[in-house]
Structure formats: structure tokens, C-alpha cells
Design a protein around this ligand. Structure first.
Ligand SMILES: Nc1ncnc2c1ncn2[C@@H]1O[C@H](COP(=O)(O)OP(=O)(O)O)[C@@H](O)[C@H]1O
Ligand SMILES: [Mg+2]
Length: 470
């Protein structure tokens, strides 16, 4: 299925959670921006100082004796100001300043440091000088003013320019402006971080919510198992009856019961599209949870490639299913009991055979399952991933139903759709999907009633809580 075909609107709340999930990434980029801008501002960029002299263009001295300023004179002066502006930056003036100050500088370099500001509609000329050395900047500004005034005398034969302000040695640099740079870099970091988070979310093609399962697989989610710290997952449903994971398995148990009205689901295969999504964990805990009711349950390890059930329960696997299948042991010989749960039996895989697929598809497998069905109310079967080997698809045709485990943020949409396709091909009865490793921490929307709405876990407590509150 193409991604954009199934693109749909995301709510404001989902946007919020997308950002929140990778908030660290956004913060990281803001910090990187700020630190980089700070380092560059303080250690890389050389400070630049700026100073200026202010000159005024007046009338020729002898003219002023009459003390009469006419409008025309003013206009003339303002026009003069423009002429003078060009003169200040002339090669003649510049070269002389360079020479007088004994600078080792080309005309171009010099010109870049000196600029002329004509204050509009006035007779004021500002000579502005920028340099890394504040003292040199001041010297250049003052010397330029002096040389310029000489030039006026030389070329115009008048003395009508006066210095109003001499250049002062600047105390603070005008550049760099660390705070401004840092602020800009921070904002850029923020924008880049947000962009990246959305890009990653877009590229992330994994199953994340029950909505995804419904959308891509047209299957219902019959259980949602929270993600817990690894060492706790194994048997938590039998060890800690009050934990959310146990609650989740109880809900799954109930949903399985109600998922088929006409036919009692007795033998159920647990599979997933790829390894490590939690098939063995789900199978073991589901079987354990069912056994805590009054049903007689068998947990059967049909993963003859990477068997795990014996590890989960800490059992010896030198004898198990494969011994039954090759005909030298019986069910009673190899079945374990778990603790004091009389109605919970476990059969481990037994020695790994060279031909697992053949054994799984064999007649003896079929007849063994028939025998097991006579002895137990429910049989939960752990299998290898359907997307890797055919074992679970083959098994699914001789059992009552199959459950696909999908792991949040791990199971790729493409893999699980393909896996489901393989099961559809052999006409398996897919009961539904169990979402595993559901994050219920503060950073996920699962915390905010998403699952409570779906009623997967914690629902009972929730209702009770509400009632009490009233
Ligand atoms: N709900 C969960 N929360 C945290 N870790 C889990 C959960 N379910 C499974 N795991 C871990 O994921 C890994 C794979 O689980 P497993 O049941 O062996 O997968 P599979 O049988 O599909 O290969 C194991 O390390 C297991 O402890
Ligand atoms: Mg397994």
C-alpha cells in the first residue's frame, strides 16, 4: 500500500505528541545552534570597532562676514556636500591617509573600512571607519578628515569645512553581536529540529497505533501489551497480578473469548511478521493468564528454530515436542507443570530438528494437536515469524485461529502486511492483532486515555475511579 494513498489528517493532539516524542531532538538542535553561535561569536569572529568624525560644510569664511544666509547658499552647500562626499573617498585622499599613517594597506582594503554618510537635507558629512583595532579606526577617521579638509582647500580654493566631532576611540565593538547571533541560531535550531522530527515521523513506516493496524491490515486490535523493562517481561502475568501488563493480558484473554461467537477458539497460534516482536512473551503470558482462570491450558513451543518457551520458564529443553513428533515420547512424558497451577502445562520444543518445516506439516503434528485438544481446554502455540518461514502459516491451517503480534515502533508496515497476506493465502482464521511494547510513559499519547478509550488496559480501574469520584 502506498504511503500517500493512506495519508490522512492528523489532529492537533497527534502533532503535539509527534513533537513531544522527539522533544530531545528539538532541544538538541537548539542547544547545538546556541553553542555553535556562541563559540563562533566569541572565539572565531574578530571584534569590529566603529567610530566617526562629523564635519559640517559651511560658506567660505569671507562670505560669512555679512552674517546673511540665503536660501540659494543653503542649496549650494547641500550640493557641495555631495561633491565632498565623493572627494572623501577619492584615491587622492585615501592614498595620502595611508601614507601619513604609514599603513600597509591597499586602496581597496582602505576603502572598505571608510564610508561616508551624508545626512539627508543637511550640510553634515559623517566619515565612518570600521576596523578590528579601535585606535587605528580612530586615527584613520581623524586623519581622513584632516586630509580631506586640505584637499578641499587645494581643489576648491575655499576653507568651508569644519570638524564638529572628532573621532573617539570606541569602547565596545559593533560586531559580532553574540546575543543576536545566539538568538538567531537558537531559532534556526528550533526550526530545523521541528523539521527533522516531522521528517523522521514521515519516514518512520512502523506500526504505532491501533489506528495503523486497522488502516493497513483491516484487522482489529484485540490486545495492547505495555512496554516494560526487559527483564520483567517474561512471566510478569504470573508473578505480579496487579501490574498493567497482567491487566493487559486479562483483557486479551477476554477479547479472545468474545472474538468468536459461533465457534469456541481452542487452539491458537501466536505469530508475528519478523523476529523479536514478542511472540514468545505474549504466548507465555497469555497461556499463564488463561491458566489462572479455571481452564486447562497447554503452552506449546512450535518454534523449532529459535525456541524460547523453556528459557522463559527456566526449563530443561532436552525433551519436548520434537520427541513426541518422531514418536518416542508421549505428551505426558514431556509436559511440565508450572508451579502450583495444576491446570497449566508446558511443552517445550525439544531438540532442534534438521527439518522443522517438515515436522510442523507432518501427520504426527496434526494427530498430536488432536490429542492435545482432547486433553486441554485451550492450547497456545508459539511459532517462528510468518514472514521468515512457513511454519506458522502451515500450523494456522490446522488450528482454530491465529494472532499476529505487532510491536509498536518496531514492526514495519510492509512486513506485517506481507505477513498477513501469507496467512490470508492459506485462509487462516486471523483472530486479530496484539500490539506489543506499547509505550505508556509520559511521552506517548497512550498515556492520555488513548487506550482507555479503546478499553485495552486499565479500563476497569478507570471506571471504578470515576464512579468513586462522583
Ligand atoms: N511488552 C514488552 N516490553 C518490553 N520488552 C518486551 C515486551 N515483549 C517482549 N519484549 C522483549 O522483546 C524481545 C523479544 O521478545 P520475544 O518474545 O522473544 O519475541 P519473539 O518470540 O517474537 O522473537 C525479548 O527481549 C523480550 O524480553
Ligand atoms: Mg520467540
Amino acid at each position: 500500500m502506498e504511503r500517500n494513498e493512506t495519508m490522512e489528517e492528523i489532529s492537533l493532539q497527534e502533532l503535539f505528541f509527534i513533537l513531544r516524542k522527539r522533544l530531545w531532538m528539538i532541544i538538541l538542535f537548539i542547544v547545538i545552534g546556541i553553542v555553535a553561535a556562541g563559540l563562533v561569536s566569541f572565539y572565531v569572529l574578530k571584534p569590529e570597532y566603529q567610530t566617526f568624525t562629523t564635519l559640517m560644510v559651511g560658506k567660505p569664511k569671507d562670505y560669512q562676514v555679512e552674517n546673511k544666509i540665503e536660501y540659494n547658499d543653503l542649496l549650494l552647500n547641500q550640493r557641495l556636500v555631495h561633491t565632498y562626499g565623493v572627494l572623501v573617498q577619492s584615491r587622492d585622499v585615501s592614498d595620502k591617509v595611508i601614507e601619513n599613517l604609514g599603513l600597509d594597506m591597499s586602496f581597496d582594503t582602505f576603502s572598505n573600512k571608510v564610508s561616508v554618510n551624508l545626512v539627508k537635507d543637511t550640510e553634515i558629512i559623517k566619515i565612518q571607519v570600521t576596523d578590528n583595532d579601535p585606535v587605528l579606526a580612530t586615527d584613520i577617521a581623524n586623519e581622513t578628515a584632516a586630509v580631506f579638509m586640505d584637499s578641499v582647500k587645494k581643489f576648491m580654493k575655499v576653507e568651508n569645512v569644519q570638524v564638529i566631532d572628532e573621532a573617539q576611540v570606541p569602547k565596545n565593538p559593533i560586531k559580532p553581536r553574540p546575543m543576536l547571533n545566539i538568538a538567531i541560531a537558537g531559532v534556526l535550531g528550533l526550526m530545523f529540529g521541528i523539521f527533522l522530527v516531522f521528517l523522521l515521523e514521515y519516514l518512520d513506516n512502523t506500526i504505532k497505533t491501533p489506528k495503523d493496524v486497522e488502516k493497513y491490515l483491516q484487522l482489529s486490535v484485540i490486545g495492547a501489551i505495555p512496554k516494560v523493562k526487559n527483564d520483567k517481561t517474561k512471566l510478569i502475568s504470573l508473578i505480579d497480578p496487579k501490574s498493567p501488563i497482567t491487566e493487559a493480558f486479562r483483557t486479551l484473554r477476554t477479547n479472545i473469548q468474545f472474538s468468536s461467537i459461533d465457534k469456541v477458539l481452542k487452539t491458537i497460534v501466536i505469530t508475528s511478521s519478523t523476529p523479536n516482536e514478542g511472540k514468545s512473551t505474549v504466548a507465555a503470558n497469555l497461556a499463564g493468564t488463561i491458566a489462572q482462570g479455571d481452564k486447562k491450558v497447554l503452552l506449546l513451543d512450535c518454534d523449532l528454530r529459535k525456541p524460547k518457551v523453556h528459557k522463559v520458564f527456566g526449563l530443561d529443553n532436552s525433551e519436548g515436542l520434537t520427541n513426541i513428533l518422531v514418536g518416542n515420547k508421549t505428551l505426558e512424558d514431556v509436559a511440565y507443570k508450572y508451579g502450583n497451577l495444576e491446570n497449566f502445562s508446558i511443552i517445550t520444543s525439544g531438540p532442534i530438528p534438521p527439518n522443522p518445516a517438515e515436522l510442523i506439516g507432518s501427520k504426527s503434528m496434526k494427530s498430536f494437536l488432536q490429542e492435545a485438544e482432547e486433553n486441554f481446554d485451550m492450547i497456545i502455540i508459539d511459532t517462528p515469524p510468518v514472514g521468515v518461514v512457513t511454519d506458522s502459516a502451515v500450523l494456522s491451517t490446522i488450528v482454530d485461529g491465529i494472532i499476529i503480534v505487532a510491536s509498536v515502533g518496531q514492526t514495519e508496515v510492509g512486513d506485517i502486511t506481507r505477513g498477513k497476506g501469507l496467512l490470508d493465502k492459506v485462509k487462516s482464521n486471523i483472530i486479530g492483532t496484539v500490539l506489543n511494547k506499547v509505550p505508556i510513559g509520559g511521552k506517548s499519547y497512550y498515556k492520555y486515555g488513548y487506550y482507555k478509550y479503546y478499553g485495552y488496559f486499565g479500563e476497569e480501574d478507570n471506571k471504578r475511579g470515576k464512579r468513586r469520584a462522583r
